[in-house]
Write a protein that binds this ligand. Structure first.
Ligand code: ATP
Length: 285
């Protein structure tokens, strides 16, 4: 079974107007996303997240390297039939309603009649906009607009959804709704590739994470691999005080308690990110 996403040694250079130099926005990035996984790409502003996504979507031609979607080269039109995309700043016709917007995108994807009407109802329910379906988008909040954007990205039931900052500018409640939507997509078996600055949410929702700085992938792995602190153990105990650390089992049992879990303690993804930012900053000096 082909991976949903395969990016191998992706390089994307842009020419800078300063002395006609070129610079690498993406510098030999490789990553793989298995079908059904939720993958988060995190990194500071300008680190190359959107450029990586655009190359994967065939919107920007790689300078070198290869991007594949379900085994199909991203630069081939065929690759796009499997993919839905929510750009960082989606543009909408503000005079249209949510229903009209989805109809417009559905028709662009070749959908018509009953099939399209059914899909629009399904999506408006999924993004909780049934009650606002007849309202013009000009009157929508940022969170509602992002949800219309998500519905638009899902119109032709893509197997892979690429979300560039799906919660940008959305308040905590709205971003929770978007997080829940991503969970629902995962339950349905859809592969999700997202980038976000909301690290707590990335930690909650993603199976794997890539951390990108200055166009380079500096760390990559499952949340468990990235956040577990090596060479340390923690013990979760019940019914006894925290000071009981040595000979824990006998001691806890002798006090009528029980060891209920043990393993590597974790630092938050946010702390990991900040540690790497400091490290990369020091190396750059
Ligand atoms: N079309 C372009 N022409 C020239 N430079 C570009 C172009 N697109 C992106 N860049 C530059 O490439 C670098 C990476 O940009 P990119 O948008 O991929 O970053 P990002 O990680 O998505 O940032 P953000 O978190 O702010 O969205 C930046 O320095 C940006 O200015």
């Amino acid at each position: 079974m082909a991976a949903a996403v395969e990016i191998v040694d992706l390089v994307k250079t842009f020419s800078s107007s300063f002395r006609r130099k070129t610079f690498r926005a993406v510098d030999e990035v490789s990553l793989e996303i298995e079908q059904g996984q939720v993958y988060g790409l995190i990194g500071p502003n300008g680190s190359g997240k959107s450029t990586t996504m655009k190359a994967l979507l065939g919107l920007q031609e790689p300078t070198s390297g290869v991007c594949k979607v379900f085994g199909c080269d991203s630069m081939k039109v065929d690759a796009r039939q499997f993919v839905g995309f929510l750009p960082e700043n989606p543009y909408f016709y503000k005079h249209q309603t949510a229903e009209e917007t989805l109809k417009f995108y559905g028709k662009l994807c070749g959908m018509r009649g009953k099939e399209l009407r059914g899909r629009i109802d399904e999506l408006l329910e999924l993004v909780s906009l049934e009650n606002a379906r007849k309202r013009r988008l000009g009157g929508y909040s940022k969170g509602m607009l992002q949800r219309v954007g998500l519905a638009q990205a899902l119109i032709q039931k893509p197997q892979l959804v690429v979300l560039d900052e799906p919660t940008a500018g959305v308040d905590p409640v709205g971003s929770r709704q978007i997080r829940d939507l991503i969970f629902r997509l995962k339950q349905q078996g859809t592969t999700v590739f997202l980038c976000s600055h909301l690290l707590e949410q990335v930690q909650e929702v993603c199976d794997r994470v890539g951390i990108i700085f200055n166009g380079k992938m500096v760390r990559e792995g499952t949340i468990e691999e990235l956040t577990s602190v090596q060479n340390r153990k923690e013990v979760v105990i019940e019914g006894v005080g925290r000071s009981v650390l040595d000979e824990i089992e006998e001691l806890v049992e002798s006090k009528g308690g029980a060891v209920v879990a043990s393993g590597a303690p974790h630092k938050s993804l946010e702390n990991l990110f900040i540690d790497i930012a400091k490290q990369v900053g020091e190396e750059a000096r």
